[in-house]
Design a protein around this ligand. Structure first.
Ligand SMILES: [Zn+2]
Length: 172
């Protein structure tokens, strides 16, 4: 199993390198954070971290991969959900546990997809990859990414009608 994910991780790293050389940009951070969404063990969507240095917008690899999958097939699925696994990799070898922002995105997309397992690189695990049920991951201590830690130091921006709706998933 680990071998299979090692291969996937390598594929993703090569994709990332190709993206970089094609774009002519170099990363502003050292952490190349990527995500693949797996259906029946095969990748069906990829995402990479996107940081915009001009404002506070950011899209994490997990959120991007989910959004792309949703835009491609999510809308056509109607009530029928497909089961997916999420695989997250940090190419500098660090821990790639999804942050609170991404967990919330996963919860949101759970209305379209049935998320089964989340795999992420974790140096302290045997094989370097942790596999956790999404339901369990969602109930664990939140991980706040460096970007959000820095963001918290900025003055708060006012939002029109979201004074106390940080976890507003009630759409009824
Ligand atoms: Zn994240």
């Amino acid at each position: 199993m680990t071998t299979k994910f090692d291969r996937l991780a390598n594929t993703m790293m090569n994709k990332r390198k190709a993206q970089y050389s094609a774009s002519g940009f170099t990363s502003i951070t050292n952490s190349n954070h990527m995500c693949a969404i797996l259906k029946d063990g095969a990748p069906v969507s990829y995402g990479t971290n996107v940081y915009n240095t001009n404002d506070t917008s950011t899209e994490h690899a997990e959120a991007q991969a989910l959004r792309k999958l949703y835009e491609r097939i999510g809308k056509t699925l109607n009530a029928k959900k497909i089961t997916i696994d999420i695989f997250v990799v940090r190419t500098n070898g660090g821990n790639s546990k999804p942050c609170m922002r991404c967990i919330n995105q996963m919860k949101y997309y759970s209305q379209f997809f049935s998320i089964r397992y989340v795999y992420y690189t974790c140096p302290s695990e045997p094989g370097g990859i942790r596999c956790v049920k999404f339901s369990q991951l969602a109930s664990e201590e939140p991980h706040i990414c460096a970007f959000d830690r820095n963001l918290k130091k900025l003055p708060k921006r006012r939002h029109d009608n979201s004074s106390n709706s940080s976890n507003s998933s009630d759409s009824d």
